[in-house]
Design a protein around this ligand. Structure first.
Ligand SMILES: NC(=O)C1=CN([C@@H]2O[C@H](COP(=O)(O)OP(=O)(O)OC[C@H]3O[C@@H](n4cnc5c(N)ncnc54)[C@H](OP(=O)(O)O)[C@@H]3O)[C@@H](O)[C@H]2O)C=CC1
Ligand SMILES: O=C(O)C1=N[C@H](C(=O)O)C[C@H](O)C1
Length: 267
């Protein structure tokens, strides 16, 4: 199966190229960087530790449309939505790791998935997806008596907040508690906020240095607290998940899937 990586010179893009190289059943078909980039024409392996791949970096998907079967996209919302249209119109599968989409943008992606098989997940690590199931169980068992707070930390370059993973964790907990995250989420606190309301789910964001991605969900009541923490120490954990998603998509009909589908974690 031939893979194209878009955003190939990005933090995730470089690691995704390495991951394709290390995955049986996948080969690099194309690597796309921003139009006008000085990297156009360079070998996609040059930016990584894998050496020459024989694939020259392109400045647009259109230029490589015959060279791949599945597109892996960890970029930013506007570009991902353009790419989803491209995949829909050209019979390609798509794996999306991009975060920071609005509800309207997610709806556009879902619409494209009516005509193209798409896996879309804010975190492709196996560990985080197992944690989502632990959170569902914890929240359903602990119930409304426990306050829920979600703390996430990422590198200084991250553009969206809270992280897509933190928001998904919030959704999972809110659903298990019969709440709507839109109504109970509180993002950061400052000044004379008053006491915490019983049903709110709080989010705190840290941006610093080179943190790859840490998430903690705290359940606290009078007398005890539980902290469920996941720490990613290498971007390769996300990239390997994306490779699993690409292989899994091979025989799937058009639909919007997530990593819980890929990993068989849905009940
Ligand atoms: N789902 C998951 O498991 C994970 C998701 N993510 C998400 O992935 C996304 C990307 O993160 P990260 O790699 O850190 O971001 P980067 O900013 O490092 O990467 C994005 C890349 O896209 C390039 N780009 C810009 N415009 C185009 C274009 N038109 N065509 C091709 N490439 C283009 C940028 O180039 P330039 O800099 O020249 O503009 C940049 O190299 C984020 O949304 C992040 O949250 C990250 C990790 C894991
Ligand atoms: O931008 C990142 O780096 C990451 N983004 C994802 C998110 O927003 O949840 C996943 C991961 O934590 C790294």
């Amino acid at each position: 199966m031939r893979v194209a990586v878009i955003g190939a010179a990005g933090r995730m893009g470089k690691v995704l190229i390495e991951a394709v190289d290390g995955t049986e059943g996948l080969e690099l078909g194309a690597a796309v960087v921003a139009p006008g980039s000085s990297l156009i024409g360079a070998d996609a392996g040059d930016m990584t530790g894998i050496g020459k791949t024989g694939v020259s970096m392109a400045g647009s998907l259109e230029d490589v449309k015959d060279d791949f079967d599945v597109l892996v996209d960890f970029t930013f919302p506007d570009l991902t939505l353009e790419n989803a249209e491209f995949c829909k119109d050209n019979g390609k599968m798509l794996v999306v790791g991009t975060t920071g989409m609005t509800d309207a943008e997610k709806a556009r992606l879902a619409l494209a998935a009516e005509s193209a098989p798409i896996v879309f997940a804010p975190n492709m690590s196996v560990g985080v997806n197992v944690v989502l199931n632990l959170l569902r169980t914890a929240a359903a068992t602990l119930g409304d008596d426990y306050d829920v707070e979600i703390v996430e930390a990422h590198h200084r370059h991250k553009k969206d907040a809270p992280s897509g993973t933190a928001l998904r964790m919030g959704e999972v907990v809110a659903n298990a508690l019969g709440r709507d995250l839109k109504e109970c989420a509180v993002y950061g606190r400052e000044g004379f906020t008053g006491e915490r309301t019983r049903n709110e789910i709080g989010f705190e964001t840290i941006r610093a240095g080179d943190v790859v991605g840490d998430h903690t969900v705290l359940f606290a009541t009078e007398g005890e607290r539980i902290e469920v923490t996941h720490k990613a120490s290498s971007r390769m954990t996300f990239a390997k998940g994306a490779m699993r998603a690409a292989l899994w998509l091979q025989d799937k009909p058009a639909r919007l899937y997530d990593m819980q589908d890929v990993l068989g974690l849905k009940g």
